[in-house]
Ligand binder design. Structure first.
Ligand code: NAD
Length: 318
């Protein structure tokens, strides 16, 4: 006669499956009879950013000079204005001087480069930040090489980008560094973990892929071609660490998220006057172990990473 047992197999996933163990003379079979869903832990950026801010505050005291951040905005752009507002707030909190350089919308690429060169030479300026997007007559990919690599607080100069290969970015992409801070805050050991990055931009997807690879995660970088060939769900479903930076609301379906996955949603999209990410939040929340909210996840950590880069710049210029 068969005996029946109830056992609970605990695992790191967001839900605990309950199994009915059926023991017979010749075999043991397990059947999932119910699933108790646990919600993910919300991975909020603000407390992480606050902690880093205090570390930066201490570092600034040891610099012996007040860091000066020169921001360049070309023309009027609502996106840059919002970003600038949060940078100003952070700068004020840390007693950092922020210089605003607003240039004409019609400026030629060569004029912008000359302007940057002058800031490179200005000994008073610690870091230079070029606000994006730029007007259509300027190719934004041509500009980072003209910013002094020691003043490149967004980590976009090829010399700084190259540091990511060695896993030790002295000044790195603020968003990529923010993603790593959020992942680290979960306490996960990345060794051998399946990490899937959706998006392969220079500013997010590529540096995040390199930084995760450096931690010996097994990395897969997906992009537009992955999506077009219909392979996105296949890759996402096996991600233990999922980083999404696409800019398309809900491109990652909640049911694709692996149970227990850590989900970092970098996407920022405006839908019906609401800001949402790239991941279907409610459904993903039920399955993930940790998930970043949008807004309030990656964003606050990104702006504090900018200030940390500025401090790194000041140290490198000593
Ligand atoms: P991008 O436009 O440079 O890159 C988008 C990426 O998505 C590309 O690699 C592209 O190949 C990929 N992609 C597009 N369609 C796809 C599809 N159907 N399937 C799979 N991949 C697809 O964008 P970005 O600058 O990397 O920004 C991405 C998102 O992150 C945007 O919403 C942006 O606003 C946001 N962002 C947020 C922060 C922050 O601090 N929170 C910082 C930077 C960017």
């Amino acid at each position: 006669m068969s005996k029946f047992y109830h056992i609970i197999l605990t695992h790191s996933a967001g839900s605990i499956p309950t199994y009915k163990l059926c023991r017979s003379a010749s075999s043991i079979t397990c059947v999932v009879i119910e699933r108790v869903t646990m919600s993910a832990k919300l991975l909020e950026g603000k407390p992480i950013a606050e902690k880093i801010k205090e570390e930066i505050r201490k570092e600034i005291k040891t610099l012996g000079r007040k860091p000066v951040l020169a921001t360049i905005q070309v023309g009027e752009n609502p996106q840059s204005t919002i970003y600038l507002k949060s940078q100003k707030k952070r700068a004020q909190e840390l007693d950092i001087e922020l210089q605003e350089h607003i240039l004409l919308d019609s400026i030629a690429e060569s004029e912008l480069i000359n302007y940057i060169r002058k800031l490179n030479q200005d000994k008073n300026v610690t870091g230079i930040l070029l606000q994006l997007p730029l007007p259509s007559q300027i190719n934004s990919k041509n500009i980072p090489i003209h910013i002094d690599p020691l003043k490149d607080v967004e980590g976009m100069h090829p010399e700084n980008v190259g540091q990511a290969i060695f896993g030790k970015m002295r000044i790195g992409s603020c968003t990529a560094l923010a993603v790593m801070e959020l992942i680290n805050a979960t306490g996960v050991d990345l060794y051998g973990k399946e990490a899937v990055i959706v998006g392969h931009s220079e500013i997010v997807g590529k540096p995040v892929s390199l930084l995760l690879l450096d931690k010996l995660a097994t990395t897969t970088t997906c992009h537009i071609a992955t999506g077009q060939r219909g392979y996105l769900p296949t890759h996402v479903k096996r991600a233990e660490i999922l980083v999404v930076a696409v800019g398309k609301p809900g491109i990652i379906h909640g049911e694709w998220v692996k149970e227990g996955a850590i989900v970092i949603d970098v996407g920022i999209n405006r839908v019906n006057d609401k800001i949402v990410g790239d991941v279907e939040f409610e459904k993903a929340y039920e399955r993930a172990s940790y998930i970043t909210p949008v807004p309030g996840g990656v964003g606050p950590v990104t702006t504090i990473m900018l200030m940390r880069n500025l401090v790194e710049s000041a140290k490198l210029q000593r």
